[in-house]
Write a protein that binds this ligand. Structure first.
Ligand code: NDP
Ligand code: 2IT
Length: 445
């Protein structure tokens, strides 16, 4: 590693020793962008990397709410406003019991480079809470969201910071958050994305991350003389990203044979019946095990990690961080996998990524492969500013173009910096160069 980059990483480790997810993401990014600092000694004089690794602002707050029994509950709320060099902070809100500052910082750090790769003017941020929406009534979720926004509203705005969904935050939560923001501020503005279609949401935002993942996958396969047609595909998760990845893979002629949730996975050799998954997950908020009871010929296996032992040509991890470890990567390679594209954020551990790449598996890293969601969020912001709404086909065509451009710039950067075909390096460098240039132009702020 470049000596300056190493020094910054050592300092980061010493100051954030307990933030394992953040350090994991930082290590991957810093080791990838190291060659940029060999070429640009002026970046060190400008303290560019010292500034880049430190969030501009971190907001941590109490979220008190009353449950259905009348008992007061307290959760912790977060918003990390990481970098605004190229636009207002942009990034999702995650509601999951595993949320802590390290998780939000890793997501926010990744988001800076992902947002840059989209080519659209959005900076990087992320937020959330350790609140668990599972098993809560709609009223409890509403009271939580109202309390969360009662603090968050003062830190966000359509030109300041524009949150959206992530794990545990879909249309229902965005609706409650939006209602409370409007009530407190009196502003009808595009302060959140992923809104409902009746109040400023964009067509195709719901589908965008999963569809975008498949457009990226397709571009990556095509560049390497392959295609999705006729391939067996395993998708982990069964949430927003996984469902629309499954839909697009199937439209592209692939066969999805397995999906999961945090309890276990289903295998359906006939190809997943997505209507059944949508009914269970989007309508009933149920568990994936119910699929096996409804679809003859399918089987349910308890425990989500073993999903990577299901034989496939293409694996799309779409659940959560570090869900694909070295053991999983070995199982995939042993079964002849040709491509892995990350729908979730940092789903592969560092050693799993290394193992897949060493074994010539085409590897599409999250910040490039799943950028379609945030890119379409930026398109939602444009529509809100114009007070117009575009058709599904218009948004989808723009999304496809954006994902193909992302692949092309990632591929070109990997070659330019001597790591042809290493799309992890390519994505980190291509995303970083634009942010670095903007930060240099704006002085030591
Ligand atoms: P959802 O809440 O809709 O779905 C999450 C899915 O992942 C569920 O099936 C869930 O299972 C599973 N999951 C969550 N946490 C764990 C865990 N700790 N272990 C095992 N399984 C888990 O979220 P999304 O689909 O929106 O997000 C999935 C991933 O995609 C996340 O990494 C997110 O950051 C990323 N992403 C999302 C974007 C978006 O637009 N929504 C954009 C870009 C990336 P269960 O129901 O059992 O918890
Ligand atoms: O990780 C992500 O890119 C998201 N959760 C989507 C963020 C957004 O602002 O749409």
């Amino acid at each position: 590693m470049n000596a300056y980059v190493q020094k910054v990483y050592d300092g980061l480790k010493a100051r954030n020793a307990h933030e394992s997810e953040f350090l994991q993401a930082a290590y991957e990014i810093l080791s990838s962008i190291s060659p940029v600092f060999d070429k640009h000694p002026e970046y060190e004089r400008a303290g560019l990397l010292d500034r880049f690794v430190e969030p501009e602002r971190t907001v941590l707050f109490r979220v008190p709410w009353v449950d259905d029994k009348g008992q007061v509950q307290v959760n912790r709320g977060y918003r990390v406003q990481f970098n605004s060099a190229i636009g207002p902070y942009k990034g999702g809100l995650r509601l999951h019991p595993s949320v802590n500052l390290s998780v939000i910082k890793f997501l926010g750090f990744e988001q800076i480079l992902k947002n840059s790769l989209t080519g659209l003017p959005i900076g990087g941020g992320k937020g959330g809470s350790d609140f668990d929406p599972k098993g809560k009534s709609d009223n409890e979720v509403m009271r939580f969201c109202q309390s969360f926004m009662t603090e968050l509203y003062r830190h966000i705005g359509k030109d300041v910071d524009v949150p959206a969904g992530d794990i545990g935050v879909g249309a229902r939560e965005i609706g409650y958050l939006y209602g409370q923001y409007k009530r407190i501020t009196g502003l009808y503005e595009g302060v959140l994305t992923g809104k409902g279609l009746t109040y400023g949401g964009s067509l195709a935002r719901k589908e965008a991350t999963g569809f975008g993942l498949c457009y990226f996958l397709n571009a990556m396969l095509k560049r390497n003389g392959k295609s999705v047609e006729g391939k067996r595909v395993v998708i982990s998760g069964s949430g927003n990203v996984a469902i629309y990845a499954c839909q697009k893979v199937t439209e592209m002629g692939g066969k999805v044979v397995a999906m999961s949730d945090s309890n276990g996975y289903i295998v359906d050799e006939n190809g997943i019946n997505l209507d059944v998954v949508k009914q269970i997950k989007e309508v009933e908020r149920g568990r994936i095990r119910e699929y096996a009871a409804r679809v003859p010929g399918s089987v349910y296996c308890e425990g989500c990690r073993q999903i990577w032992t299901v034989k496939c040509d293409i694996a799309l991890p779409c659940a959560t961080q570090n869900e694909l470890d070295l053991e999983g990567a070995k199982a995939l390679v042993a079964n002849g996998v040709i491509a892995v594209a990350e729908g979730a954020n940092m789903p592969s551990t560092l050693d799993a990524t290394g193992y897949l790449q060493e074994n010539n598996v085409l590897f599409g890293p999250a910040k490039a492969a799943n950028a379609g969601g945030v890119a379409t969020s930026a398109l939602e912001m444009s529509q809100n500013s114009q007070r117009l709404s575009w058709t599904f086909e218009e948004v989808d065509a723009k999304l496809k173009g954006i994902m193909e451009n992302i692949f092309a710039s990632v591929d070109a950067a990997s070659t330019e910096y001597g790591s042809e075909g290493n799309y992890v390096v390519g994505a980190n460098i291509a995303g970083f160069l634009k942010v670095a240039d903007a930060m240099m132009a704006q002085g030591a702020v």
